[in-house]
Design a protein around this ligand. Structure first.
Ligand code: ZN
Ligand code: ZN
Ligand code: FE
Length: 762
């Protein structure tokens, strides 16, 4: 006997980011609204619903799920099927069952919401409570130890809920219903201020004392969401200089947290889109153009500043109390080490070097840095993908199960494949640092456990010396059943952009970056490919330039300048480049050219990064870099955007030659043309050659789709103009956005290439 049409049992499977974001109570309340009976349950692979209702209501219900879902959730698929009729007398929330190897998403951490900020002012048991959170906000990934997402599986398991919290947690109509990190002044974690042998735990005192200290120019280490920060008054030059000394950081700009968006608008130029991203629940650091300077040492030489808005209750409480409206908030680490997450380590390292340390007693299980981005052509481009974004997955167009992509080396993120999802790790860092490499290995273990992952394929870069490649080789040695796949660096860059944009076709791939080993043994980095996901052909590239000095080449831009000049002008360079040589150490240059002549310990490179270095050095902006990519950043920062002129370049042996450009730059220098104009003309030259080469490639191949990626495209001016010009020439242009175009995005490309190569066997 069939059931009456108004009472059918439906099964609804919802996949996407649906755990830890208040999805079950949302479904519950929605079901009540539609008078639907049944249940909702968290599964490893998403949210499962049983709903007894009629065909018309179920449609409305599904629409409402899509349109009214919680702010931090994403819904990727909803499937509905009819089931054998079951009777339910009400709608309920079932307890989580870990019943499948197919995982769902882990929510990234969410900035404190406005309702919770109100609660901090008004709710008796949460007055000034700095760990206030609800289903719409609070810590997630940083405290998760395992799935499914329940309190026992987070670092909140140490805290037993008080009766009040418990009643909120159990009340379906409460904003804290099933909010796993729920806590209050009575039962939750608390802060401790360590100052001159005192340990202060009263939050009012902590806020007033720490704001007094900051106002006096003191430096404080403070535990954040995913690791420690070090902070000081961004208006106090001597405090900022002292912080530079402490961090052993000479020049690289510090990020600044502003009191609110209105304050920030006084200090930086900001578009509507940038405002929207800064205020998003992910709360990234955004690079903006400076309008009014803070203490000079905050940004030093650049015209951009990394800014962010408060995202933890403590930030709001502190900035409310402070007279200063801006805090330097830099990661709590020294040089290349990962940010510190552990209280004892932090006390040990910071107590003697800073004026005070603020800890709290909830553990950080997963380290995350602040994410960093820039808005280009009205689109967010992440440069560092971590807090707020990781470990949200990327949906890819085919099966990537069992693939572990080990990433690059200098800016590492790794990636694992589960079904049609690619899980990119949070920003790991430079693997050459011992602690960072440990962090890498630990994180891989964590991802294996969290996402029920076991590798069948391991992918690494062609470069045998990358520690990520060595790590891959090591695993292979121990597991003969795992297959190793090596992927060329720039193919991976382009494929990363393709995966993010769901492209699976033959196209024009353009990749500019600092360095990546090529299949011919040379160092590539100014590349035009015809490629699909599984293979590539090199169409053309920047002309090879012999350089020498290993790691020093990227640290000493003068080496690139001399390499280019010597390559194009030989001995004549000493007369042609006279003014350049006069402004530099002639002995050093002579020694270097002798090495180049000898051909000993030389490698050839087509790197775009080195080209930027050469031009920056040539016009006297910089000879020795203090941090990675300083020269390209400086060159971009001096560009006069009103200049539309460019230099000419040539083609030599099917390669792009910059000889005409260098001749003209030297001419310009001799005619006292300003750095800003030369830098602008240089940028425009690159745009010209990208467009001309793309047109030529379209002519020869008929291809019209272009994927653009690589670290050089972190350059706002370059990316803006390249993207626009290619659009104007009616190309279908795709660029990186939520996955970094720098080496931090490489792992996604490696993963998708391996999957494409191995299809249909995965
Ligand atoms: Zn909240
Ligand atoms: Zn409580
Ligand atoms: Fe690269």
């Amino acid at each position: 006997m069939s059931n009456p049409p108004e009472n059918i049992t439906y099964e609804i499977k919802i996949k996407g980011l649906v755990q830890g974001v208040g999805f079950r109570p949302f479904i519950y309340i929605l079901a009540e609204k539609f008078n639907i009976k049944g249940w909702v349950e968290n599964r490893n692979d998403g949210v499962l619903v049983r709903a007894n209702t009629d065909p018309k209501t179920i449609k409305l219900f599904i629409e409402a799920v899509k349109n009214e879902r919680p702010v931090a959730s994403t819904v990727e698929t909803i499937s509905v099927s009819e089931k054998a009729f079951e009777f339910f007398d009400r709608f309920s929330i079932k307890k989580s069952e870990s019943n499948s190897d197919v995982v769902t998403e882990v929510s990234p951490d969410i900035a404190v919401c406005n309702d919770c900020l109100e609660d901090i002012k008004n709710q008796t048991h949460r007055k000034m409570y700095p760990f206030t959170n609800c289903t719409n906000c609070g810590p997630r990934f940083t405290i998760i130890k395992d799935l499914p997402y329940d309190r026992e599986k987070t670092t909140m398991h140490e805290f037993t809920m008080c009766e009040t919290c418990m009643s909120e947690y159990s009340d379906i109509y409460n904003r804290r219903f099933h909010a796993q990190p729920v806590a209050c002044n009575t039962c939750g974690p608390y802060y401790t201020l360590h100052f001159q042998n005192n340990k202060i735990t009263d939050i009012q005192k902590i806020i007033s004392l720490s704001s007094d200290l900051i106002q006096q120019g003191k430096i404080i280490a403070i535990k954040g969401l995913g690791g420690y920060h070090i902070m000081c008054d961004a208006h106090n030059e001597s405090a900022v200089t002292q912080l530079r000394k402490l961090k052993n950081r000479d020049k690289k700009a510090f990020a600044v947290m502003f009191r609110d968006i209105e304050t920030l608008e006084n200090y930086a130029f900001i578009s509507e889109k940038e405002k929207e991203e800064l205020l998003s629940w992910q709360r990234p650091i955004l690079l903006l153009k400076i309008k009014k300077f803070l203490a000079p040492s905050v940004t030093q030489e650049l015209n951009k500043i990394g800014v962010m808005l408060p995202y933890m209750p403590f930030h709001y409480m502190l900035l409310n109390r402070l007279k200063t409206d801006a805090l330097v908030l830099t990661s709590g680490n020294y040089s290349d080490e990962p940010i510190i997450t552990d209280n004892d380590v932090a006390l040990n390292k910071f107590l003697t070097k800073t004026d005070a340390v603020i800890t709290y007693n909830r553990k950080i299980h997963n380290r995350t840095d602040d994410s960093v981005g820039i808005v280009v052509n009205n689109k967010l481009r992440l440069l560092r993908r971590s807090r707020g974004y990781a470990p949200a997955s990327v949906a890819v167009s085919f099966n990537v199960e069992g693939i572990f992509a080990t990433g690059a080396e200098f800016v590492n993120c790794f990636c694992i494949g589960k079904g049609n999802r690619a899980f990119m790790s949070q920003h790991i860092g430079d693997l050459k640092n011992l602690e960072t490499f440990e962090f890498y290995k630990e994180s891989y273990e964590l991802y294996k456990r969290l996402f029920r992952f076991s590798p069948k394929y391991i992918v690494c870069d062609l470069h045998p010396d990358y520690l990520s490649s060595k790590f891959a080789e090591e695993i292979i040695k121990q597991h003969s059943d795992i297959e190793l796949i090596k992927v060329q660096h720039h193919h991976a860059h382009i494929a990363s952009c393709m995966a993010e944009n769901n492209l699976n076709e033959k196209l024009i791939g353009i990749s500019f970056d600092g360095l990546g080993l090529g299949t011919d043994g040379n160092i590539w980095g100014g590349e035009f490919f015809i490629n699909d996901l599984s293979d590539f052909q090199r169409f053309t590239h920047f002309e090879y330039i012999p350089v020498s000095g290993g790691d020093y080449v990227s640290k000493q831009p003068w080496r690139s300048a001399v390499s280019y000049l010597f390559h194009y002008f030989g001995e004549q360079f000493f007369s042609i480049g006279k003014s350049y040589i006069e402004n530099n150490d002639i002995h050093k240059i002579k020694m270097y050219t002798n090495i180049l002549k000898s051909g000993f310990n030389i490698y050839k490179t087509s790197s775009a990064g080195r080209l930027f270095d050469a031009v920056a050095s040539l016009i006297g902006l910089i000879q020795e870099s203090d941090y990675h990519a300083e020269a390209p950043m400086l060159l971009e920062s001096v560009v006069d955007e009103a200049v539309t002129d460019s230099y000419s370049y040539g083609f030599y042996n099917r390669c792009i030659s910059f000889k005409p450009m260098f001749e003209s730059i030297i001419n310009d220098l001799n005619n006292s043309v300003s750095k800003s104009v030369i830098a602008a003309k240089f940028h425009n030259t690159l745009v010209d050659l990208v467009v001309e080469t793309s047109l030529q490639m379209r002519n020869e191949t008929g291809l019209n789709t272009i994927a653009v990626s690589g670290g050089t495209f972190q350059n706002k001016i370059l990316l803006e103009k390249v993207e626009r010009s290619l659009f104007e020439h009616k190309f279908d242009v795709f660029t990186s956005s939520k996955i970094p175009s720098n080496d931090g995005g490489i792992a996604l490309g490696q993963l998708i290439i391996a999957a494409a190569k191995k299809r249909p066997f995965i």
